[in-house]
Each structure stands twice: as structure tokens, then as C-alpha cells.
Design a protein around this ligand. Sequence first.
Ligand SMILES: NC(=O)c1ccc[n+]([C@@H]2O[C@H](COP(=O)([O-])OP(=O)(O)OC[C@H]3O[C@@H](n4cnc5c(N)ncnc54)[C@H](OP(=O)(O)O)[C@@H]3O)[C@@H](O)[C@H]2O)c1
Length: 214
Amino acid sequence: MARITVVGGTGYAGGNIVREAAQRGHEVTAISRKAPADKTRGVTYVEVDVLDSAALAAALEGADVIVGALSPRGALEGKMAGVAKDLADVAQASGTRLGMVGGAGSLLASPNGPTLASGEDFPEEYKPEALEMAGILDDLRASDEALDWFYVSPAANFGAYNPGEHTGTFRIGGDVLIVDDEGNSEISGADFAQAIVDEIEKPAHRRERFSVAY
Ligand SMILES: NC(=O)c1ccc[n+]([C@@H]2O[C@H](COP(=O)([O-])OP(=O)(O)OC[C@H]3O[C@@H](n4cnc5c(N)ncnc54)[C@H](OP(=O)(O)O)[C@@H]3O)[C@@H](O)[C@H]2O)c1
């Protein structure tokens, strides 16, 4: 059993991770500005604005693993690098593992690139979010060796608009987008969360990005 704190634990990715971790018997804390009406049994909900660094650091105390599942939208647009730095500083100082949920946009469309986000087909409206989350991966790769991090990118068609089913069967990849035989790149919220809790229970990607898709 691990004490897992999911920052953004009431969002789409975060909520799935919280449910999966709680179901597996971990001690789970979910951080967000507003606790949800529909709470997962056994989960501790803490209301903190991550832009308040001191309050965030206090809320992260005691975690064995911190998972960042925030999105650079709304008040966090343009601010995610700073928030990720705060999470990394707390994690490094306390010797806590840090997992960051990012996007598919920073994955390579083929082994020699380019990234999905730099391709012509990538939706213009998602580009700022993709670039901001890609920057966090760059920052983690440049971070002090003592920081134990992993970064996880979902399939291209991951998102609240496409929740899918919990199948328990998926593939784990690296920096190149995983597509199925029809060329689709999909992963349900529940299967994505399963892969992340698997990584927490059995670390296989220290200071690495991995990707999850069918
Ligand atoms: N296909 C793709 O590549 C794809 C698709 C979707 C998501 N993603 C990635 O997955 C990650 C998570 O996205 P998501 O869609 O799951 O996000 P989301 O549903 O928008 O959830 C965001 C979470 O962060 C919390 N939050 C927002 N601002 C906060 C603040 N100032 N202080 C504390 N908590 C705050 C929200 O709760 P409150 O509002 O109550 O604070 C919520 O729990 C992102 O990196 C995103 O880029 C990738």
C-alpha cells in the first residue's frame, strides 16, 4: 500500500487514477480547488489552489508518490511549468516519486519524428496545451538526477469526450505514438489509469516517459 497524492485528482485523468488506486487499496489523496460532489469512498479530498506554492507543499506532505494530473487550461494556462517545478522541488526534497500526466502531442508520429503537435493535422486549438506539457517533459529530462520522475502520454484520442471501457489490455510504448492496425490511437480513461497505478506499484520507467494505447 502506498500513499498516493493525485494533484488534479478530480479531473478526467486524475479522477480515473484516484479510482483505480483506491480500488487497489492505496491510501489516496486528491487535490483540487473544489472537492467533487461524487466522492470515491476512502479517498481524502483536499481543496488547495496549486498556484499557492506553500499550501501545495503542505498538502503534499507525507505522500510516497505524487501524481500531477493538471491541465494547462483556465487559470493554469501558461503557468504549468511553474507548478510542475513546485511539484518537482517538493518531490526531490522529500525523496518522493513524481509522475506527470502529459499529452500525446509530444509523442513522435514515427521513430524519426516529427512530434504530433508539429504535424499539419494536429488541431490548432490543442497546440498551446500540447507545447506547454511538452515543455514540462523537457524540464524533467533536464532535472537533477536525484529527482525520481516518470511522465506518461496517452493515446492521441484520449480524453473526457472518449472515456471508453476498462479492458485491462493495452500496450506500453515509449516516445513514438502507438496506433492499432487501423491506424487509430485510443485508450480509455480506466485503462490509462491502470497503467499508471501499475507503474506506481512496479516502477519500470525511472526518469523516463512512457505511453499507453491499445
Ligand atoms: N489526448 C491527449 O493528449 C490528452 C487529452 C486530455 C488530457 N490530456 C492531458 O492529461 C492531463 C490532465 O488533463 P485532464 O483533461 O484530465 O484535466 P481536467 O479534466 O481539466 O482536470 C484538471 C484537474 O486539475 C484541477 N485544477 C485545475 N486548476 C487547479 C488549481 N489552480 N489548483 C488545484 N487544482 C486545479 C481540477 O479541479 P478544480 O477545477 O476543482 O481545481 C481538476 O481536478 C493534461 O496534461 C492534459 O494535457 C491529454
